[in-house]
Write a protein that binds this ligand. Structure first.
Ligand code: GTP
Length: 237
């Protein structure tokens, strides 16, 4: 587990009102990423854009077309990537943003061989712009990029401890699922990741760790196989 890709939702960066970027949260997440980089891990990051706009919701009443809504969402991921780049650089890390859609004044274009070189040089690489195509989620973009750079695992950072058989916020008897096969994850329609992303991970035998990024130190504990770490894993069983 030396090269990893961490995926956050855009909402993770938002404050209590669920919109925009809360710099305190940004700093917290940057510190968590730094702790992992300092342990020698090569870290790539994908951030969603839901704190600004989501293609599906934008297109709900038919005034904005879905494709345009999705492109607007891709732009939102670029805003988040630039913000995270600033926070990580503030923490003293080297960072490169690569975008799937061309915004050359703001970020490098996505070039996988260049991304790998950056990682080898211990730079954090943030992949922005989703897959560059409408109809794909940033979860799918994250699995795609993780596969392309040869990451050994993708970490889906959430606000819950892992995967449950039903919504733990709604059901007291929700059961925690520590380990699932890709097939089980697809059959159960787990809410933490969409089916396209899981199917792509299965094809590339990429394990998916789902964990709570808002428990300080949890990420590093997971990567260092600390028995106290709490997470779920979807993998080939
Ligand atoms: P090495 O090739 O390993 O030296 O990597 P490097 O990223 O340091 O070299 P490069 O000269 O490519 O980049 C220098 C700086 O310019 C870095 O901060 C890059 O992120 C940035 N940069 C490189 N290409 C682009 C681009 O197309 N657009 C933007 N906005 N910045 C770029």
């Amino acid at each position: 587990m030396k090269r990893i890709l961490i995926k956050f939702s855009g909402e993770a960066l938002a404050g209590e009102n669920g919109f925009g970027i809360d710099t305190k949260i940004l700093k917290y997440l940057a510190d968590e990423i730094k702790s992992v980089v300092m342990e020698g891990f090569e870290v790539a990051v994908v951030i969603g854009g839901g704190n600004f706009i989501r293609g599906v919701s934008a297109a709900k009443d038919g005034i904005i077309r879905r494709t345009s809504g999705d492109y607007m969402g891709m732009l939102a991921t670029i805003i988040n990537a630039v913000a995270m780049q600033e926070a990580l650089e503030n923490d003293g890390l080297s960072v490169r943003v690569q975008s799937a859609i061309k915004v050359e004044e703001i970020a490098e274009n996505f070039i996988v061989r260049k991304a790998i070189r950056h990682l080898e040089k211990k730079r954090v690489v943030i992949f922005a712009g989703g897959t560059g195509n409408p109809f794909f989620t940033t979860d799918t973009a994250a699995v795609l990029r993780a596969s392309e750079i040869g990451a050994s695992v993708i970490i889906k950072a959430t606000k819950v401890d892992g995967i449950y058989d039903k919504d733990p916020m709604k059901f007291k008897d929700a059961k925690f699922l520590k380990e699932l096969s890709y097939e089980e994850a697809l059959k159960k329609h787990i809410k933490v990741m969409d089916d396209t992303a899981i199917a792509l991970a299965r094809e590339n035998k990429l394990p998916i760790i789902v964990c709570n990024m808002f428990k300080k130190g949890n990420l590093l504990k997971i990567l260092k196989n600390n028995p106290d770490a709490k997470y779920s894993i979807v993998k080939e069983i």
